[in-house]
Design a protein around this ligand. Structure first.
Ligand code: ADP
Ligand code: MG
Length: 695
């Protein structure tokens, strides 16, 4: 066995389990070792039974005095009850619907338990604890020390993941440490293999911190190296000068039904100035949901259109639905520009805003060829940079909901641009709230524009946390809004059935709303497993008011615009980060109507409630991201602000100190031209260049 061995070669891992690991992208042992926990439970201090208090989360060790199954009073549930003793006393333990436990655990067994204490009829009970039998040689894996928790899927339990990782952890020694020794020494970084071992099963909190630091530095250092390398590599590219057309730009802006915000004007101006240079633009446009980034993009594309000869712009978006929507909204924005040709290219959709008479018959050409050769503005998904598509003269490429173009994307755009002498201007747009100083140090190869204000006409969305007891009241309010002609979204947490109890799923919620709550309303549901065509139809129907309520998973998160929808209901709101809630909320309040966001939670936890309360008061995406990170703290290594930084599995975007260190080290290395002294690091960077999306 080695790092490249398949998961299924591990002892006791069969085909089925291997298949489940595959679902979370773990195929080889190497993947497994780099699959980091997202939090830990602290069972470093075991308690004696007589020390236990209500609401404690504890680990105890003891002997089973008695264990048996019984039916609950309504006979719907199996209850396993046990009595555990240590030298200080006895405590009752209860599990629900886990009948098999009595086959594993017998009277007299020595066990270790970890879980939460609840008071039940005046008696302290340990509820549904994790259990493991103790044998004298081995340390407990699931109930003692700092216990790792991993993001998982339906059928893969925490116990299974821990078991498999633990049994392969010795192979961590084979991991080649690509970090130059001098840097490790300089910054007191522990070795990579040690970090990997400790991140999974930390010996202590102190060592865990060192492991986090080392692994975080890995990620940040690579990002910085990439920035520096891109900067160096594309330094000599020539760009095409796009002259600013003041008259046409003014004309366009004056015809809009609203005024541009100052932030939009400023960003548009920065972009226009970049376009006028003989170097290709590489700019990142940041702006909260609904801040009007598309319009700024359109102003840039309009200037490309009005420059002297035939020049093209493309706008790439992450999904089919979004592509279609952008195609429509841009067509609408530019409807007064009667000669501008706008095209759409996605896997399933090829359209053009104005059809050449019998063009295809005449030329016998494929539709995408017609579009890529004749349209001024082309909207699409990643299909746009597929092999078969070549543009006539591509001058500006815009990518939505991404931080930057990858190296491969950049190369392929140059090759397809139809222009041998210059490279296209590049603009990335993102709603991820990264403060300017951070963005500058993360992406030192990019210029940054930020839209930090929302259009004035926006009515702030009224946000309310709704307790279970007020649910019915909220529904009747929603019904009234719908009767006024509005539409509503209902977002349910992604089902993570490993802790399915009580979590609302799209299917159940859809049935309930349809059959019980809103019987005379039209309701549809949507989730990520549907085919793109089906999703698109549902979104279109919703846009065209063919139904009133859309029950959804978190897939509606990116971009889709339904101006008539004024209500956002979020079930299990406590399961989402503030940034994510803010993104959901941004789906409403996009039209003229007063909009509402209702956060449902059955959590009794005061901290959770306090966290959600922030949503009622704050409307600024960046502030929310920051507070989220602070509140969820190191308990959640992922931090929701980092969505879109897929390569940041463990580093925090807000760890300025480490980011700065990583930047200094990267610049030093590139400036000295010493990269080739470190072949392992070079190889690591090569890997990244092969990836299509380089952030
Ligand atoms: P995002 O930045 O999230 O991509 P959009 O570009 O989709 O935002 O804009 C959201 C909505 O706001 C669109 O319907 C757009 O027409 C509208 N909009 C853009 N700029 C303004 C403005 N200055 N005033 C009023 N509405 C605007
Ligand atoms: Mg957008």
């Amino acid at each position: 066995m080695n790092l490249k061995s398949e998961i299924k070669e591990i002892n006791r891992v069969g085909k089925t389990t291997a298949g489940r690991f595959k679902k979370i992208d773990i195929n080889k042992i190497e993947d497994l070792l780099f699959y980091f926990p997202f939090r830990y439970k602290d069972f470093t201090k075991p308690k004696k039974i007589n020390e236990i208090e209500d609401e404690d989360e504890i680990n105890i060790k003891g002997q089973i005095e008695l264990i048996q199954n019984r039916r609950s009073k309504n006979r719907k549930m199996n209850i396993t009850e046990a009595l555990i003793s240590d030298e200080t006393g006895e405590i009752k333990v209860i599990w629900f619907n886990q009948k098999f436990i009595t086959q594993n655990l017998k009277n007299g067994d020595q066990i270790s338990l970890a879980g939460k204490i609840k008071k039940n009829l005046g008696e302290l009970v340990l509820m549904s604890p994790i259990y493991e039998k103790l044998n004298s040689e081995e340390k407990a894996t699931h109930t003692q020390g700092l216990i790792p928790y991993y993001h998982s899927t339906e059928k893969l339990s925490q116990k299974q993941i821990r078991f498999v990782i633990k049994s392969t952890l010795k192979l961590a020694g084979e991991i080649k440490d690509w970090m130059p020794e001098v840097i490790k020494k300089d910054l007191n970084l522990i070795n990579l293999d040690k970090a990997i071992k400790e991140i999974h099963f930390p010996e202590s909190k102190k060592i865990l911190e060192l492991a986090k630091k080392r692994l975080s530095f890995n990620e940040l250092f690579l990002i910085q190296l990439k920035s520096q390398l891109i900067k160096a590599r594309f330094k000599n590219q020539k760009g095409e000068e796009i002259k600013f057309n003041l008259e046409k730009t003014k004309e366009f802006i004056n015809k809009l039904p609203f005024k541009l915000t100052n932030a939009q004007k400023k960003s548009a101006w920065e972009i226009i100035q970049d376009l006028e240079k003989k170097k290709p633009m590489t700019r990142l446009l940041e702006g909260d949901v609904g801040s009007g980034k598309t319009l700024v993009a359109v102003i840039a594309m309009l200037n490309v259109y009005y420059s002297n000869d035939f020049k093209q712009s493309i706008l790439m978006v992450p999904t089919e639905i979004l592509a279609l929507q952008h195609f429509k909204s841009i067509t609408k924005l530019l409807e007064k520009e009667s000669f501008i040709k706008i095209g759409l290219i996605t896997k399933d959709n090829k359209k053009i805003n104005y059809e050449e008479q019998n063009w295809e018959k005449k030329t016998k050409k494929k539709k995408e060829e017609t579009i890529s050769q004749n349209c001024h503005i082309i909207v699409g998904t990643h299909s746009l940079i597929q092999e078969s598509i070549n543009f006539k003269n591509l001058s500006l490429a815009i990518i939505d909901e991404q931080h930057r173009f990858g190296v491969k994307q950049r190369r392929s755009l140059v090759n397809k641009s139809g222009n041998k002498k210059t490279a296209p201007h590049l603009l990335s747009m993102t709603a991820t709230p990264i403060p300017r100083s951070l963005a500058l140090s993360l992406f030192s190869d990019l210029n940054i524009s930020i839209i930090d204000e929302l259009p004035k006409n926006r009515k702030p969305i009224k946000t309310h946390i709704i307790d279970e007891v007020k649910r019915i009241q909220a529904y009747s309010f929603i019904e009234k809004e719908i009767d006024k002609g509005r539409q509503a979204f209902v977002v349910c947490p992604l089902i993570d059935p490993s802790d399915k109890l009580g979590v609302r799923s799209v299917k159940e919620e859809y049935e309930k709303l349809k059959n019980e709550i809103f019987k005379n309303k039209r309701i549809e549901s949507i989730h990520g497993k549907l085919k793109p065509k089906a999703k698109e139809k549902i979104m279109n129907d919703f846009l065209n008011k063919k139904f009133e309520i859309l029950v959804s998973t978190s897939i509606i998160e990116v971009g889709v615009d339904i101006p008539n929808a004024s209500i956002m209901i979020i079930e299990g709101a406590d399961r989402f980060g503030l940034s994510q809630l803010h993104q959901f909320r941004g789906r409403v309040g996009r039209g003229e109507y007063q909009s509402y966001c209702f956060l449902f939670t059955d959590s009794e936890n005061e901290r959770t409630k306090k966290r959600l309360k922030i949503m009622e008061k704050h409307n600024n995406g960046f502030e929310l991201a920051r507070m989220d990170l602070k509140l969820r703290g190191s308990g959640d290594l992922y931090g929701t602000a980092q969505k879109g930084f897929s390569q940041l599995k463990i580093a925090s975007l807000f760890d300025y100190k480490l980011i700065r260190l990583a930047q200094n080290k990267a610049i030093e290395l590139i400036n000295k031209g010493e990269l080739n002294k470190y072949p392992l690091l070079e190889k690591r960077i090569k890997l990244w260049e092969e990836e299509v999306h380089g952030e």
